[in-house]
Ligand binder design. Sequence first.
Ligand code: EPU
Length: 455
Amino acid sequence: MGPGDASDPALNDVDVIRVRGDARLAGTVHVVGAKNSALKLMAAALLAPGRSLITNVPRITDIAIMGEVLRRLGCGVRFGPDDPVDPMVAHGGVERSRSVLIDVPERPGAEADYDLVRRLRASICVLGPLLARRGYVRVAHPGGDAIGSRGLDMHIAGLARMGAEISGEHGFVIAEAPDGLHGADIVLDFPSVGATENLVMAAVLARGGTTIDNAAREPEIVDICTMLNRMGARIEGAGTSTLHIVGVPELRPVRHAAVGDRIVAGTWAFAAAMTRGDVTVTGLDPAYLEVALDKLVAAGGLVETRGDAFRVRMDDRPRAVDVVTLPYPGFATDLLPMAIGLAAVSDGGSLITENIFDGRFMFANEMMRLGAEIRTDGHHALVCGRERLSGAPVRATDIRAGAGLIIAGLCADGLTEVSHVHHVDRGYPDFVADLLALGVEVERGTAPEEPDLAI
Ligand code: EPU
């Protein structure tokens, strides 16, 4: 019997999470550092030879893969306990966050292969720092994924303006700047998070000044700019649409704690509202979720904020609200599955508009298996709320769709089994333990892989 043989059940099992519906979430949950910050902070460490320490790093698969990317580039990478260990972070003996010590050589490698880039699209964020350090980089093209086509044109055009020669062959992006990069005035077509990060990381070591207009303004951008400035970079304007960067000859290693994860925090906020529960979330400045929390208030929820914590309580059935995703500070696309879940159990019809990824509604079919009434047309979805969904086996197609389906299952009759939950492990440190702590009947297990439907 060979690997992948259909008659070998063990080889074809997939991880599943089963939740019992009619749940009401109540209690406190702590969020650790943001995946989408920590990944980039790890790449930013490449900019200075020596040992950088990043703390509040979430214990998730994507971070482990990023560690592997850095190891293959010649870095020493050691994960350890978070420092200082925050007692809030450890639940039931499971640590949600770690520190990572990255020892960067004088001359890091310059290649990232497809086997890693295909497992972690964010590996593309080594492009900017390696080009700045080495003057040459060869990174596999990540291609599209389950939320849509994901271009690199803005990354490439920006680096070209800074003097890089970019070519592509055999599925790789190759960027060369043998005489180093120079500063440039760059206007992004769209405030792309990844392009802004790559260009900032390239510009900090370039000759002269760079301006990036229409830059992304996400808290994760502010976080990476804060870390880079502490390494000796000169970046102004983080958190606004215009970044000014004056290149410096070299940077020094640093110690830095990742900003809290607003998407994980937002997931719990929506789960509280959908289950008419009462949940307090700690570990994040609630200002980073302002638009999302305002939506929950419009839906009839009570939201209290205090320091680095907020509480969401929903006593009655939520009222339908419309949602439009936009770059930060707009409503985050990564919370779209949660917005659809809320709409699916709200009183009335909601119009949900997705403006960032063309394939984000692909998971709506799975939500419809739970009884959600959804009609999609292009980048709009019309959702007609029902009092209760209906438990069913469904499949996670990406990180956020997986989390959205699990919390939708909490509002269903009976049992919901979400398969392919390895996607959820990519972004949520220990989803099951958090659900248990909030009072949900939940278990993790395996189930035989179902064959894809024939066309
Ligand atoms: N785009 C282009 N050309 C480019 C760059 C982007 O066309 O050169 C397009 C993309 O195809 C997409 C849109 O612009 O349609 C936005 O892409 P952006 O570059 O802003 O996103 P990203 O950097 O690829 C990050 C997060 C995503 C999050 C988006 C938007 C990481 C690792 N990923 O992606 O997070 O949805 O920003 O906020 O930071 C997730 O965590 O589940 C996730 C998908």
